[in-house]
Design a protein around this ligand. Structure first.
Ligand SMILES: Nc1ncnc2c1ncn2[C@@H]1O[C@H](COP(=O)(O)OP(=O)(O)OP(=O)(O)O)[C@@H](O)[C@H]1O
Length: 333
């Protein structure tokens, strides 16, 4: 196998040049027929992996596309370093890598030819440095040995790695990655995680996902979006911390008799048996046991609370819903 010229730095390392900052301020977006996808979303991101979690329809892709300047926002602003990305998207595009949720590939073209084509489209007209960068990216994403195979014949995991390779063309300082690990097997997911981790020190990486474990494994900072609103932003630890001493589990039968003031979080099936997980200030009733909260519990808790807690500090400030009804409903699994 031919190895690329070691004298040339990997693309992301070459982009090293200090701290970057993405500031999303008060961003709102409403689609036709009044569908509000983003409602006053404010976030500030520095270098590193930032995880954006939320259920289907939460507004994640809308936010990702807006940051990538692929669509206009109605209100607010998005700034990257000193660039106002809405007023003047050109300079951002030169520093942006984007892996969309559905990355279409051109059938029949090999990885090396497709990257070459995309690099030319991005303005890399000088052949020698372009080829050097492409070789580095293929090496970095573990695709060098398969560089002459058609991308359309790649496995799902290889395609996602190819997606990252194309996103890294041009040494971006901001990488936007929309649900990259959906459908990948565990080893490809691990591989993809390693790839993202290796990139994140030199740039801002905004990662949108449904997969709580991706955020737990990768991100020092995170946010939860739901119905277009920011429900939480802060560290994963802060999200879990809110539930310390307040998480309880019970069988569905025991949960049916839960007292008021508990919130249903989820039902987990463990070894074929259902366990209801709730949050409550005190033991909700007979048959409940305390449990250690994890990030998934924290995520469901934020969704159940339904209001914003930014930066993970302070009380939720939300009145408890009548959780006993929810527990009863969940106990009918
Ligand atoms: N082009 C569009 N026109 C109209 N409504 C849209 C459009 N794109 C998204 N929406 C709506 O905006 C809301 C947010 O959608 P978005 O795709 O941003 O959410 P998401 O969190 O990425 O969802 P998923 O996880 O399912 O991909 C949804 O109600 C969706 O139906």
């Amino acid at each position: 196998m031919t190895t690329p010229d070691r004298a040339a730095q990997p693309a992301s390392r070459a982009a090293a040049g200090g701290e970057n900052r993405l500031i999303i301020h008060n961003v709102g977006k409403t689609y036709r027929r009044g569908r509000r996808a983003l409602d006053s979303v404010t976030l500030s991101l520095g270098n590193g992996l930032f995880g954006l979690l939320g259920p289907n329809g939460a507004g994640k892709s809308t936010l990702m596309r807006s940051v990538a300047t692929l669509q206009r926002i109605d209100t607010g602003s998005i700034r990257f370093n000193d660039i106002d990305t809405q007023q003047d998207p050109g300079p951002l595009r030169a520093q942006l890598g984007y892996l969309p949720q559905d990355f279409g590939v051109y059938p029949g073209l090999s990885a090396v030819r497709l990257l070459d084509y995309l690099a030319i489209v991005k303005g890399f007209t000088d052949a020698r440095p372009r080829r050097m960068q492409i070789d580095q990216l293929l090496e970095r994403t573990g695709l060098f040995a398969d560089r002459h195979a058609a991308v359309s014949e790649y496995s799902g995991g290889m395609r996602q790695r190819f997606g990252i390779a194309q996103a890294l063309l041009g040494q971006p300082r901001l990488l936007v990655v929309d649900e990259p690990t959906a459908g990948l097997d565990p080893s490809e997911r691990n591989r993809f995680h390693q790839l993202l981790c290796g990139l994140s020190e030199q740039m801002v990486v905004l990662l949108s996902t449904h997969i709580v474990d991706d955020v737990r494994n990768l991100c020092r900072q995170m946010a939860v979006l739901d119905h277009g609103r920011l429900r939480f932003s802060g560290t994963p630890e802060a999200l879990v911390q809110r539930l310390r001493g307040r998480l309880w589990t019970a069988s569905p039968e025991a949960a049916r008799a839960a007292g008021p003031g508990c919130r249903l979080l989820s039902t987990r099936i463990i070894g074929g048996a259902a366990r209801i997980r709730v949050s409550a200030e005190a033991c909700p009733g007979a048959g409940f046991e305390t449990a250690q909260a994890d990030l998934e519990d924290g995520y469901f808790h934020v969704l159940a609370c339904g209001d914003a807690e930014v930066d993970g500090s302070g009380p939720s400030g939300v009145d408890d819903r009548d959780g006993s009804r929810s527990c009863e409903a969940a106990s009918r699994v």
